[in-house]
Structures are given as structure tokens and as C-alpha cells.
Design a protein around this ligand. Structure first.
Ligand SMILES: *Cc1c(COP(=O)(O)O)cnc(C)c1O
Length: 498
């Protein structure tokens, strides 16, 4: 199977090349030229299997230039026993009639990004060996909070790699910040920027596609790659858990093979929900994909009107990992829905960077309306939903609450009773302040992050994952803040390049 660029169809690369390179030279994203199909029998064969075995079967459909041994080594390393706090890796839990939460945050950093970023370093190491043997891979990351930590944890001390993370100084939760600034490892570096996530992402993308910077790295035996969801190696592991979730719903008797399900995803960069779209295209009977946004509801408007317009206020919300106005992975969806029209995609993306907006044609819009539903939920409703869901027996984080609320609204508006998978993307203790306020009392003055964790434990009896609780005693290693304009220089400094 080959991969092409959303902005230049004459590009044909292997999955290794796509993963090692991260982004196409033309600024486009790598997409599979054909989406592999799975049958009902294939799905049947997954029932009763463990996550590692399921992942191997699904990944081998996409990573066709990896040997069976290589895929086995990668997957077994990523999801080996003890790394995730559930034997199922991504367990399903019924929280309401029709509502089934898929817990994607059982990994080392307590957010769904671990599902992909525990695997990506393995995939990238194998891919680099095949394609760029002797180069040091420099991973540049822009993060809205969770990708940064998950990538640092995945890549720390991985031979042949260095990793540098940029996060918005005031745009992440205290726990997210501490997770990153206390990161251990000899090949890691973390820097805050004065700006929001979109600034960080645009800055990183500009560095990636700057040929002068690439030449300078090459002189020094290095090359860039990406651990953001622009990298195909980030997306493909995410397809696995939607297929696995479907098998689990059969396994636990919620559905029969062939029954339709809905999927609701709390969305920022459109990576997670795009993985669900690929699962649907492959043959998982998904009826509707529901895109849930917070107050930064640019996607809600787009999926309902066909016009993407980022010219609007940016809100810092209690679900910061979704505070995004430029959702990179939408480009991949549009490429598939236009029948691979690279010229159109290029036009729209140029319009987005020039005018901050574009409109898709009616034909594409109609396809979108047929597949997607969308809704959004502000901070007040998020808090109410955490409280209500908790009273009903489930403590969820702010991002998951956005999805739960949008699901409830969707079910009410449409009367659709189809069994639904709701992606749960973070552990509540990553956002203790917001969750505590939602379920309990006022936070006492002067209470720090760890006092709040303690209060939340007292209030709910839910255990705090040790990797979060233990941050209290870890020394802060990274205190630097740079301006948007200085990101390139910061990268050179970290790499010791003049
Ligand atoms: C990254 C993230 C999201 C958004 O996922 P996308 O793939 O960017 O749409 C939602 N919730 C949490 C907790 C996240 O870390």
C-alpha cells in the first residue's frame, strides 16, 4: 500500500517513508491511496482476542512494508503488560442507556495520546532504519497539553532520536505543565511559547517545511519528524481502538456483529475522530460520527454549514486540549471526500492561511452532512455534565464531559437510540481544579494542585494515578519561555547547531 500527499497526488511513498518524514514537502499530509476493507468475518475473528493481537491484525493492513516480526516487536513493546492500567488497554464501560465510554487514558501519561505515542517511537525507529538509516531523528512537537507529555514519555532515551516540545505558556493545566517541565531523559527538551496552541502548531509546521532549516539539519546528520497527529504514525494506531471497541461491544453482548453504532469524539485537531472515520470506511458499521467541541466551536459550524471560518474569538477553556481553531486533520477528510482532488485541497488550505476561511462545494458538504453530526458545550455545561455524570456513577474529565453532553443533546434531538461509543480522552486528575469545582465545594484559597488532588480523592474516592500524584516531588527541569518568532533559534540551540 502506498501513501500520497493531500496537496500533490504525484507523491507516492511507503508507510515507512510517510512515518519517518511526518509531513509531505509540499505541506500536505500523507494519506493512504486506498483504504483497506475489513469484513464481518475479520471483525468476528477479533472477538475474544487481546488488544495486542487485534492491533497487529489491523496495523498489518496499513503498514505493508513492515515485516510481521517488525509489527509484532512494535506492538508488543507499546502495549505490553503493565504499561496501561487496564488489561484491556482501552476498556469500555457502560454509563447510560446506549452510552458506552471507551477509556483511552489508561496509559503512562493519563491521556488518550498514549494510545498512539507509546507505539509511534517503535514505528518511527523501524521506519527510519528502512529509509534514512544513519540520521538522528528530531521530533518537533506543538502541544495543547497532552501530546507533549505523551510524546516525551514515548521518545525519552530512544536511541537515534531527540525530542523538543513547545506548549502555550498559559494554555495548559497545571498538571499538564508539571508533567512536561519535570520530564526525565537525556534527549528531551521543553519550551513554553508566548502564544496559543495554533501559534505553536503554525510555528512548528513552518520550521518543518523551511528548506533552509532542513538543509542545516542535514549538514549535521539530522532530520525532522513529527509526533503530532499530522504524522500518519499517530493516526493509524488510533484506528485500532475503534475496531477493537466494536469487537468488545460484541464480546460483552451489547451488540451483534453487523449492528450499527455511533461514535462521539471530543475533538480538537480532528485526529481522533478522523481515525473513527477510517474505521467506518474500512467496514465497521458506524452510522453517525458525532464531533464534540468546546466553546472553540469552529468545527461545529463547519460540519453543519460547509464553511470553515477561524476568524473568531479564541477561548481558553477548562478542556484546554481542545482549544484549537485550526484543525489540521480535516485536510485528510476533505482529500478523501473530494475523490483525491489535490488542487482543491491546496486552494482551500491556501485560503485558510491567507483569509482564515474557506467553503467546500455542495457535493462535499452533502457528504459531510450524511456522515457527521456536531455539537459544542461551554465550560458551564461541561461542569454541570461532570456533576450529573458523577451522580450517575461515573467521574469523567472535562474533555470527556464535552462529549457526554454533546451525545445527550444529539440523542435527544434525533431520538437515535443506536448504541454509542463515547471516547473518554483523559483521566479527571489531569484537570483537578475544574473537576473538583464541578463535583464538590469551593476550592479553599491557596490550595495548590496537589491539595486539589487530595480534595478530589476525599470527595469522590476515585484513586489518583501514581504517575500524576508523584509529580509533587519531582524537580522542574525546563523553565524557558520563547516568543513565536524565536522558535527556530530555540530548536538550533537545543540541537547545538549554530
Ligand atoms: C488531544 C486531545 C483531544 C483532541 O483530540 P484531537 O485528535 O486533537 O481531535 C481531546 N481530549 C484530550 C484529553 C486530548 O488530549
Amino acid at each position: 500500500m502506498l501513501y500520497t500527499s493531500t496537496r500533490d497526488k504525484s507523491v507516492h511513498v511507503s508507510s515507512s517513508q510517510a512515518i519517518a518524514q511526518g509531513i509531505s514537502k509540499d505541506g500536505g499530509l500523507f494519506v493512504p491511496e486506498e483504504i483497506p476493507a475489513i469484513s464481518a468475518d475479520f471483525i468476528d475473528s477479533l472477538v475474544g482476542l487481546d488488544y495486542i493481537t487485534r492491533a497487529k491484525k489491523v496495523l498489518s493492513l496499513y503498514l505493508t512494508d513492515f515485516s510481521e516480526e517488525e509489527i509484532d516487536m512494535c506492538v508488543s513493546g507499546a502495549y505490553k503488560e503493565g504499561k496501561f492500567s487496564s488489561k484491556k488497554v482501552a476498556p469500555i464501560r457502560k454509563i447510560a442507556d446506549g452510552g458506552n465510554v471507551l477509556e483511552l487514558w489508561r496509559g503512562p501519561t493519563c491521556a488518550f495520546k498514549d494510545m498512539a505515542l507509546q507505539l509511534l517511537p517503535y514505528l518511527l525507529t523501524v521506519a527510519a532504519k528502512k529509509t534514512v538509516a544513519d540520521k538522528t531523528i528530531v521530533i518537533l512537537v506543538a502541544t495543547s497539553g497532552d501530546t507533549g507529555k505523551a510524546a516525551l514519555e514515548g521518545f525519552k532515551d530512544v536511541p537515534g532520536t531527540k525530542i523538543m516540545v513547545f506548549y502555550p505558556e498559559d494554555g495548559v493545566s497545571p498538571m499538564q505543565k508539571l508533567q512536561m517541565t519535570t520530564q526525565e531523559g537525556s534527549n528531551v527538551c521543553v519550551c513554553a511559547i508566548n502564544g496559543n496552541f495554533d501559534d505553536a502548531q503554525s510555528g512548528v509546521k513552518a520550521i518543518f517545511t523551511n528548506s533552509d532549516v532542513a538543509a542545516k539539519l542535514a549538514e549535521n546528520g539530522m532530520m525532522f519528524s513529527s509526533a503530532n497527529s499530522i504524522n500518519w504514525g499517530r493516526l493509524v494506531p488510533q484506528i485500532v481502538y475503534y475496531i477493537s471497541a466494536y469487537a468488545d461491544l460484541i464480546e460483552n453482548g451489547t451488540i451483534k456483529n453487523g449492528d450499527e453504532i455511533n461514535v462521539v469524539v471530543p475533538t480538537g485537531n480532528f485526529g481522533n475522530i478522523l481515525a473513527a472515520y477510517y474505521a467506518k470506511r474500512m467496514g465497521v458499521p458506524v452510522k453517525t460520527l458525532v464531533c464534540a467541541s468546546n466553546a472553540n466551536n469552529v468545527l461545529t459550524d463547519f460540519l453543519k454549514t460547509g464553511t470553515y471560518d477561524k476568524n473568531r474569538s479564541f477561548y481558553a477553556t477548562t478542556s484546554p486540549s481542545m482549544d484549537i481553531l485550526i484543525s489540521s486533520n480535516l485536510e485528510r477528510l476533505l482529500f478523501h471526500l473530494t475523490g483525491a482532488d489535490d488542487a482543491k485541497i491546496t486552494d482551500w488550505m491556501n485560503a485558510l492561511s491567507k483569509d482564515g476561511k474557506y467553503s467546500v462545494d455542495k457535493e462535499v458538504a452533502d457528504k459531510i452532512f450524511a456522515i457527521f453530526d456536531a455539537g459544542f458545550c461551554d465550560d458551564k455545561e461541561t461542569a454541570k455534565t461532570i456533576s450529573k455524570t458523577y451522580k450517575d456513577g461515573y467521574l469523567c474529565d472535562t474533555h470527556t464531559a464535552v462529549a457526554v453532553k454533546v451525545y445527550e443533546e444529539y440523542a435527544q434531538r434525533t431520538g437515535d437510540k443506536t448504541e454509542t461509543v463515547i471516547a473518554s480522552t483523559a483521566n479527571p486528575y489531569k484537570f483537578s481544579a475544574a473537576v473538583l469545582k464541578a463535583v464538590g465545594d469551593e476550592i479553599p484559597e491557596g490550595a495548590d494542585e496537589f491539595d486539589q488532588v487530595k480534595l478530589l480523592i476525599d470527595e469522590t474516592g476515585e484513586p489518583c494515578p501514581p504517575q500524576l500524584a508523584n509529580l509533587k516531588d519531582k524537580p522542574v527541569r525546563f523553565k524557558a519561555v520563547c516568543s513565536k518568532e524565536d522558535m527556530t533559534k530555540t530548536v538550533y540551540d537545543m540541537l547545538g547547531i549554530k
